[in-house]
Design a protein around this ligand. Structure first.
Ligand code: ARG
Length: 308
């Protein structure tokens, strides 16, 4: 019996210790499981929360930086308190230097209206026409107003506003005494154009090998002097400057037109400057719809013709 008892005790103890072991490992398992759940849950929650927060944040950041970018052009100008306009002031009646050494002309008036709309002052930067696009790309100027015609090539690097007039085409201006009546009459002659303009492009495409094309940085007065001196036989210009020139200088005439009617001028803005383009377009639209644009043209042409 003793032996049995002892045996049964041993068995009991063994069984108990086994149980405790089992309990221990079960408890351990349970504990690990619970801790695991907690950690996992926290981690999952944390990760989910974090990542969703990240998502919201980056989405907000995206929208914000997008809006900031959209607003940055107008905001920058307003913060500076000044609109910087690039032009080539050699092209009356759009832009020229008047007798008082002030910049004047149709484009300058449009620039004033845009500055007014933005509530800032106006600074005109006069440069070579051929350097205007680069200056705009570099941010040296906020916009370009220089009777610039939108072209596919220019649109690759800058954006354009709606146009503010249409053109009859390119005018060939000669001395009264010249015997040029057609495009063919230009063959064998010296033809002046402004560097970087669509008139220069036209001349290079249509007169290459047939006439001598000479490019000038400035039209008024330099290229006009060249014509009067006899350095060139004709100049190819926009229709408006041609009209103004022949009225002011009786020794000149429009010999003929080349090319078909085109869009006239538009304001060039940096690519993606949507907010600025919107302001510019609304100013131009208002001026056209109210008839003020026509008035600006009439006044500025008269002013230039009256100036010495
Ligand atoms: N409309 C022409 C062009 O876009 C000539 C403009 C010349 N403008 C000037 N300010 N010189 O090429």
């Amino acid at each position: 019996k003793k032996v049995y008892k002892a045996r049964s005790l041993t068995t009991f103890l063994i069984a108990m210790s086994q149980k405790i072991k089992n309990f221990n490992s079960q408890a351990k398992m349970l504990a690990i499981f619970i801790v695991g759940l907690l950690v996992g849950g926290l981690a999952t929650y944390g990760l989910l929360g974090y990542s969703s927060k990240q998502q919201t944040q980056s989405y907000e950041q995206q929208t914000q930086s997008h809006e900031q970018q959209l607003q940055s052009y107008v905001d920058k100008i307003k913060a500076r308190g000044k609109l910087i306009v690039g032009t080539s002031a050699d092209w009356p009646p759009f832009e020229y230097v008047d007798a008082n050494h002030n910049y004047a002309g149709i484009d300058i008036e449009i620039a004033k209206r845009i500055a007014q709309e933005l509530g800032v002052s106006l600074e005109i930067k006069d440069m070579k026409f051929a350097g205007l696009i680069e200056a705009l790309k570099n941010g040296d100027v906020d916009i370009v107003i220089a009777d610039m015609t939108p072209t596919a090539e220019r649109e690759k690097v800058v954006d354009f506003s709606i146009p503010y007039y249409t053109s009859k085409g390119y005018a060939v201006v000669t001395l009264q005494s010249a015997n040029i009546k057609s495009e063919q009459d230009l063959y064998g002659k010296k033809i002046g154009v402004q560097l970087g303009t669509i008139q220069e492009e036209w001349a290079n495409n249509n007169l290459k090998g047939k006439a001598e094309v000479k490019s000038y940085d400035r039209v008024y007065p330099e290229m006009v002097w060249a014509l009067q001196r006899g350095d060139i036989d004709a100049m190819i210009l926009g229709d408006k400057i041609a009209d103004a020139l022949i009225t002011k200088e009786p020794s000149l005439k429009i010999a003929t037109y080349v090319s078909i009617p085109t869009i006239g001028g538009a304001v060039a803005v940096p690519q993606g400057a949507e907010d600025l383009k919107y302001v510019v377009n609304s100013v131009i639209e208002k001026l056209i719809d109210s008839g003020e644009m026509q008035q600006i043209f009439n006044n500025e042409i008269a002013k230039w013709l009256g100036s010495s």
